[in-house]
Ligand binder design. Structure first.
Ligand code: PAF
Length: 295
């Protein structure tokens, strides 16, 4: 039995029907509704998205659902951090009006056989080492948006490729919602907040903080006109030197459509639009980060 220790406790919703009734009532009353989908294991990054939702709309709903469809069989679905009571208290404290905890049988009933692929934007970066991932995300986000029918849905820039995939899906499928992006929230050493940071040992946590330092230094060299290929080569070396075991990718791409930039120096137009994208491994723990070159 989960209890929420807060005076203005949010409404807990487990069924699609109950969620729809709630949102329809709010809409009838003239309220705008913002939705923050999550997989739980909440940190300040998620709570900053709830804050953004509260700024955009009158009513805020967050969901917690660890979506099996976005994990490959060898990935961490079984061990993904689950801390429901703590999450509910955090969402209550952040001022959520309602929390949706979907029932997995209702989300994926027997015979479920539909999936959404946003081909173009899913074919690079994380889409190469996690080929199942964006289809799993797009499918569940499409379902969540259909179930909730919010006016706004908020997603973090930490998963920047996911954000673009969702924006494209919403546009392509005419889903009537405005997607709003929230800035990455970082720890004091620059490490982007992530639920998976909880897996890091103290020693690995120190190494993880170096990712931000290395990316910042690559950005400053690129902004001085250095060639992309050479800069990324040197940054890869420095990431290995500080203790990262493997590099999945380190690339400069358009922040608009993820087209690849380089190998030479970036033009003024490219510099305005470019982001650096990295995925690194410390042991089996995979960390991703991205940053705009020009703020
Ligand atoms: O970013 C996440 O936490 C998940 O990918 C999302 C968007 C909640 C879909 O399961």
């Amino acid at each position: 039995m989960v209890t929420i220790n807060n005076d203005s406790a949010p409404i807990l919703t487990h069924s699609i029907e109950h969620l729809r009734q709630q949102v329809q009532q709010w809409h009838r009353e003239g309220h705008k509704v913002a939705f923050v989908p999550t997989m739980g294991a909440l940190h300040f990054g998620h709570l900053s998205l709830v804050e953004l939702a509260r700024q955009k709309a009158d009513k805020t709903i967050a969901s917690i659902f660890v979506n099996p469809a976005q994990f490959a069989p060898h990935e961490d679905l079984a061990t993904y951090p689950r801390q429901e009571e703590d999450d509910l208290n955090k969402l209550a404290g952040a001022g959520c009006d309602s929390i949706y905890l979907p029932n997995s049988n209702e989300m994926y009933p027997g015979g479920f056989s539909t999936s959404i692929n946003v081909d173009d934007l899913s074919s690079n970066l994380c889409g190469i080492s996690r080929p199942h991932f964006f289809s799993g995300v797009a499918t569940v986000v499409c379902k969540l948006l259909n179930q909730c029918t919010p006016d706004f849905a908020i997603f973090g820039e930490k998963d920047y490729q996911q954000l673009l995939v969702i924006m494209r899906m919403v546009r392509d499928l005419d889903i009537p919602v405005e997607i709003v992006s929230g800035a990455i929230v970082r720890e004091s050493d620059g490490l982007a907040m992530s639920s998976r940071n909880a897996y890091l040992s103290d020693a690995n946590r120190k190494i993880a903080g170096q990712l931000n330092t290395s990316l910042q230094s690559a950005i400053s060299i690129l902004c001085q006109g250095a060639a992309v290929k050479r800069t990324l080569h040197d940054t890869t070396q420095s990431l290995r030197d500080v203790g990262f075991d493997e590099l999945d990718y380190l690339e400069i791409r358009s922040g608009t459509d993820l087209s690849l930039y380089g190998p030479g120096a970036l033009s003024t137009r490219q510099l305005q639009d470019a982001r650096i994208f990295a995925a690194v491994l410390i042991g089996k723990i995979r960390l991703i980060d991205n940053m705009k070159l020009k703020p």
